[in-house]
Design a protein around this ligand. Structure first.
Ligand code: SF4
Length: 574
């Protein structure tokens, strides 16, 4: 195999930026899988340059001029940026490959812009891609391994790529770790609901934790497990065996069903400073919130008591709710959420809007069959800037009105004050205030209010939302152009648009033609090059859920908050 110059780009930002938040936080949001790919490429003897794109870098300067192969890892909200970059690097002679959540969710679309589109990616997949490394145009090759990799390089092996990324974070640095893949729960909207749960090697985790204590004074670790603590005792035993109690600050997304009081006490002893349980709905998913068959107000009371208990031990608890689920109807779901806010003043609630990310979850087929998926540009699919599933039981105006109403209640001065008073620790209470009055609270209310206003006043809005036309309102096009900045010029013709029913169409008449590479390459033997679209697409980037659903925003916002809190508290203690 010839020695390749490989560039790997981890897209944390969906365009150039200069915001303070991005400067402080983006480098802490790096994904694990691009670093894993980098390790695997080096093990094959290639020269590797990895760049975590935080929105500030000039990628042409950071990658070698004569790069042979560019891997890009992207969430769907960074899809248009990824397409533009692929076009740019192809114009300079490189072969390009897309991995990560977007590759898994929208392979049909991505194949138009990349030579390779990666689903489930293991070391053999990467090895064979490197061996083939050739142009596949106009349609790229879709590669997917049979299952998730059984092992991933740990922090020590990835450190060479982690360290330069952390250096970009000016104040505090979060090291990405992972202890498991997939999830045993089956939330219908989630990308991980169809990926079997699989713990990773605990010995690697123990070694990594010891390694980190030698490298950083007080490390911060963000667990990228889709649901942390499924094998709770095994993981806590490993942490307790590896490092002294409360010597690393941990942040994790998990479920209320895991967060029993004894478990929460143990988390506290071991340095967990923030947890993000997903509650999602007052009428569904009772198993993960430990509320069983309870629904409505009964569930609100039970969940509220539970979260208040957690807050006695863990300084920061963010709760996630999905707005617009089909189980919701009328004012009650929103009113119940407002009651929860009143009964649980110490938590910071977040409200992602129901979104169907291509073929992330089987439920998306139902939405597509019912013609309920809108073709909003991928750039806006971040759970807040566009809801691409027409609500089952609300008109758009009614829905946005209720979203604004619950948001105003949650971020009213009264609620902000109650939240402040409910938390004893100084920094967390102020961080809640900051989050509420910034883009997450007030900013989002402004945005939703503008969408609702345009539904009434902008002649391009309502026909688009009602699916009477696919002509994109200028509002969205202008915004995407502004966000991409100079890279807008590299966005290929037509790349702002995608087929919202591609998943359904691929099931009914497989649109992925037999691939030319399959006939001539050993790839087909090893990683199952797609002759037709495989039923399930896997993820290159861990955690998968970030891609598909809420962790992207929740971890982003949460880590910003919690790490700042810990930083301050550690400074005080020092
Ligand atoms: S939302 Fe969370 S609990 Fe539900 S399937 Fe996804 S990762 Fe698992």
């Amino acid at each position: 195999m010839r020695k390749l110059r490989v560039g790997i780009i981890d897209l944390v930002s969906n365009g150039p930026t200069r915001t303070l938040f991005a400067r402080v936080m983006n480098a802490n949001l790096a994904s694990i899988m691009p670093q894993v790919i980098a390790v695997w490429c080096e093990q094959q003897g290639h020269d590797v340059t990895l760049v975590c794109y935080t929105g500030f870098e000039n990628l042409l300067e950071e990658l070698p001029d004569d790069v042979d192969l560019v891997f890009i890892g992207a969430f769907t909200e960074a899809a248009q940026l990824a397409y533009a970059l692929s076009n740019l690097f192809r114009s300079r002679g490189a072969v390009t490959a897309l991995g990560g959540p977007h590759a898994r969710c929208y392979p049909q679309d991505a194949r138009q812009y990349f030579d390779y589109v990666l689903g489930f990616t293991d070391q053999a997949t990467v090895r064979e891609l490197l061996r083939d490394c050739s142009q596949h145009r106009p349609l790229g090759v879709h590669l997917t391994a049979a299952q998730q990799p059984s092992a991933l390089p740990g922090v020590r092996e990835r450190w060479k790529f982690i360290e330069p990324t952390l250096k970009k974070a000016p104040f505090f640095k979060i090291v990405p770790m992972i202890g498991s893949l997939g999830c045993p729960y089956t939330c219908s909207f989630c990308i991980d609901s169809v990926v079997p749960y699989q713990p990773l090697d605990l010995d690697v985790i123990k070694e990594d934790l010891r390694f980190l204590l030698k490298k950083l004074r007080r490390p911060h670790v963000g667990w990228h497990d889709p649901t942390f603590g499924v094998r709770f005792d095994d993981f806590m035993d490993a942490i307790e065996e590896a490092i002294p109690p409360d010597s690393i600050d941990f942040i994790a997304e998990t479920c209320l069903s895991i967060l029993s009081e004894p478990h929460v006490q143990r988390l506290k002893r071991n340095g967990f400073k923030a947890v993000l349980p997903g509650i999602e709905s007052w009428y569904d998913m009772g198993n993960k919130s430990k509320s069983g068959k309870m629904v409505g107000m009964e569930k609100v009371r039970q969940v509220s008591q539970h979260v208040n208990m957690i807050l006695r031990y863990i300084p920061y608890v963010q709760t996630n709710f999905v707005l617009g689920l089909d189980t919701d109807e009328g004012p009650e779901p929103f009113e119940l959420t407002k009651r929860f806010v009143d009964l649980t003043p110490g938590t910071f609630p977040t409200y992602p809007l129901l979104s169907a990310f291509g073929q992330a979850a089987p439920r998306n087929l139902e939405y597509q069959r019912a013609n309920r998926v809108l073709p909003f540009p991928l750039h806006f699919l971040n759970n807040t800037h566009a809801m691409n599933v027409r609500p089952a039981n609300y008109s758009w105006t009614d829905f946005y009105g209720r979203v604004i109403n619950v948001s105003k209640h949650t971020f009213s001065w009264r609620a902000i004050f109650n939240r402040y008073r409910a938390i004893k620790a100084g920094i967390p209470r102020w961080m809640n205030v900051v989050r509420a009055i910034s883009s997450e609270g007030f900013g989002r209310i402004r945005y939703y209010t503008e969408v609702r206003r345009r539904l009434a006043a902008d002649p391009q809005f309502r026909p688009y939302f009602e699916q009477e036309t696919t002509e994109l309102p200028r509002f969205y096009k202008d915004r995407a152009r502004k966000d991409l900045g100079p890279l807008w010029e590299w966005l290929p013709e037509g790349a702002l648009y995608h087929d919202p029913n591609a998943y359904l169409n691929s099931q009914e008449k497989p649109s992925l033609k037999p691939l030319s590479i399959a006939a001539k390459s050993p790839l087909s033997d090893v990683v199952g090059v797609s002759r037709v679209l495989p039923k399930r697409f896997r993820d290159m980037r861990v955690p998968a859920k970030r891609a598909g659903f809420h962790l992207g925003n929740s971890l982003r916002n949460m880590t910003a908050t919690v790490v700042a809190i810990e930083q301050k508290e550690n400074e005080k203690n020092a």
